[in-house]
Design a protein around this ligand. Structure first.
Ligand code: ATP
Ligand code: MG
Ligand code: MG
Ligand code: MG
Length: 580
């Protein structure tokens, strides 16, 4: 490709709306161009990189026997109505009507469509296991489109779906995908972690995320030296299944403390749930206690959560968080225990923590039947503490994070937690039978009995990956692509107007192309200064830069490594060997 012909205009200045390096550089280097917030066009350079990401993914999907299909983005409402996602997706869903007034949507993800396709064509256990994938454009009307293609409203995802007849099959399909993802992300070349994740709105059980470790990421995760890793979101967005509230057991119903201090609450808890008689947990840890304040007008709000084993210490902690003076004006206090663990012990009009992965965190209130539900943590030694009214929650019902702290013990005892940020690059779910059930995806099993198929769903942010790689692979001067993703193998520059040099560069170009290299040849005429050519080469970020200049007369060209800045003079005769 000749630079003189390439549809490219590099920019000297960062786009005004860009905050993160990948966004700035991908726009400045002419890879993408903004159309509207969260909506971008791919220019020739960008499209080449995108294609290389897709190629890696296709190869690894083929490796696990997944077959490629492609669905439309424009979809009818009914399947999403059946799964309730037409409603659940809320304002994130792009909805439209056709000329007959039928509701349509632009697909945010395709679980429903894949389930229906398989239902359409398959009917026997003998057809399974099956794995299908697509690389396709998704639409989500994100509240905060951000950082260029990192969080788009239109973006490209690889989504795959597995279909199995039983749980053991699903587990195998999930593991195969997990391994494929490890290979994909190894090849993409950024540092990543695999974390326990929330299966949230998707439903289902096991779920893990692949996070590219990066300060620009929107996900916060924790990890320990012993290998524990979890997305803090995992403990904040799983709404515990609403537990039917039958009232406190009679023995405990009247035990609201007279004096709303933490000390009396704790004493009261001791009484209500004697140490040796706690059916919900074998250890001597009283967990997941959410202390609620009841306002004089009857409204309630969470005050503190978590009273781990060492009662005295935690009573102090809680007291430090909310002094009795602050408690008084609210009047009466009451407590509830984790409904997930202590079924039926939920106080009126309140909620509890979930028992997912144990991080001090409390956020994302849900309203279920007029009751605010929040989730929190309940693993040993990891309770949400130190909530401060006004800072961590307001009486309006917004409950913000009480942060996990660096140094907190990992729930599995694998050492102190470290906090870091990451970009969600991939997400794998064991969906189970949720979609198959509502869409009636069944097959005949060995005994001729109809059984519901169990599904997995697995996503990779393909367009996001381009940005995530760029977040890693850059310096002040521009992008630095890893070899497997670079838009070209070699960026060839002709230095100067000297006829022999120009002719020499043309020859080198022809030779390199002849040898199978994909070469970007900056053949722009002499009026484009060498300084500009070098600047552009650094900005565009092809890993190897070859300069044909003065040395050509002596049979030497310069080979520069974009990443290290190392230069070497290479005799023409050795050029191909050096570049291989
Ligand atoms: P996020 O937490 O970043 O919003 P998600 O959990 O909503 O992502 P999934 O539904 O798990 O996303 O989709 C699978 C993958 O698609 C994600 O892991 C991510 O890499 C990618 N992805 C999701 N939303 C976007 C987006 N708005 N722009 C670009 N890529 C996205
Ligand atoms: Mg999202
Ligand atoms: Mg997510
Ligand atoms: Mg996700």
């Amino acid at each position: 490709m000749r630079m003189s012909k390439l549809f490219l205009r590099t920019l000297r200045d960062d786009p005004a709306d860009a905050e993160v390096p990948s966004h700035k550089l991908l726009v400045r280097a002419g890879y993408i161009r903004r159309v509207a917030p969260g909506i971008y066009s791919w220019l020739p350079l960008g499209l080449k990189v995108l294609g290389k990401v897709e190629k890696i993914i296709r190869e690894e999907m083929a490796e696990i026997g997944s077959q490629e299909v492609r669905f439309p983005a424009l979809l009818p409402r009914e399947p999403y109505e059946a799964s309730n996602r037409w409603t659940e997706y809320g304002p994130n869903l792009f909805r439209l009507k056709d000329r007959r007034g039928n509701d349509m949507l632009l697909g945010p993800t395709h679980e429903e469509m894949f389930a229906l396709l398989v239902k359409d064509l398959y009917s026997s256990y003998k057809d399974l296991p099956l794995s299908l994938f697509q690389i396709q454009t998704k639409y989500r009307d994100e509240a905060r489109p951000r950082a260029g293609i990192l969080r788009g409203r239109e973006f490209i995802m690889k989504d795959s779906y597995s279909f199995d007849v039983d749980d053991a099959g699903l587990e195998r399909s999930y593991q195969a995908h997990r391994e494929a993802y490890v290979r994909i992300f190894d090849r993409l070349g950024f540092e990543y972690v695999i974390v326990h994740a929330d299966s949230g709105a998707m439903g289902g059980s096991a779920s893990e995320e692949f996070l590219a470790v990066s300060d620009t990421g929107e996900d916060t995760f924790v990890r320990s030296p012993g290998g524990y890793a979890a997305n803090v979101e995992a403990v904040t967005t799983i709404a515990p299944a609403p537990v039917p509230f039958d009232g406190l057991p009679a023995a405990h119903a009247e035990q609201t403390p007279d004096t709303p201090t933490i000390a009396t609450l704790v004493a009261h808890l001791d009484e209500a749930f004697p140490r040796d008689d706690r059916p919900w947990h074998a250890s001597d840890t009283l967990k997941n206690v959410l202390v609620m304040l009841r306002h004089p007008d009857g409204t309630r709000e969470p005050l503190a959560i978590g009273v781990p084993g060492d009662r005295e210490v935690d009573a102090k902690r809680l007291e430090a968080a909310v002094s009795p003076a602050e408690v008084e004006p609210f009047g009466e206090a009451e407590f509830v225990a984790n409904p997930a663990l202590v079924k039926g012990y939920i106080g009126p009009g309140v909620l509890g923590a979930d028992n997912v992965s144990g991080i001090r965190y409390l956020t994302d209130p849900r309203v279920v039947d007029g009751t605010r539900w929040v989730t929190g943590a309940n693993e040993k030694g990891s309770h949400v503490i130190d909530l401060v009214a006004g800072r961590d929650f307001t009486s309006e019902g917004t409950i913000e994070a009480a942060e996990v702290r660096a140094g907190d013990p990992a729930p599995d005892g694998s050492g102190p937690l470290e906090l870091a940020r990451g970009i969600e690059m991939g997400h794998i779910f064991q969906l189970g039978r949720k979609y198959a059930e509502v869409l009636d995806l069944k097959v005949l099993d060995e005994n001729g009995k109809l059984v519901t198929v169990t599904m997995g769903s697995y996503g990779v942010g393909v367009s996001r990956a381009v940005a995530a790689v760029a977040e890693y692979a850059h310096d002040d001067a521009g992008l630095i692509w890893p070899k497997e993703l670079a838009p070209f193998d070699i960026h060839l520059i002709v230095a100067g107007k000297d006829e022999a040099v120009v002719a020499g560069a043309e020859q080198v170009y022809a030779d390199l192309v002849g040898e199978g290299f994909d070469v970007l040849f900056d053949d722009r005429p002499g009026k484009v200064s060498l300084g500009v050519k070098f600047k552009d080469a650094e900005l565009v970020g092809v890993p190897t830069i070859v300069v044909v200049g003065k040395g050509f007369a002596d049979g030497v060209v310069e080979v520069k490594d974009r990443a290290t800045g190392e230069r070497q003079d290479v005799p023409l005769a050795e050029l191909i060997a050096t570049l291989r």
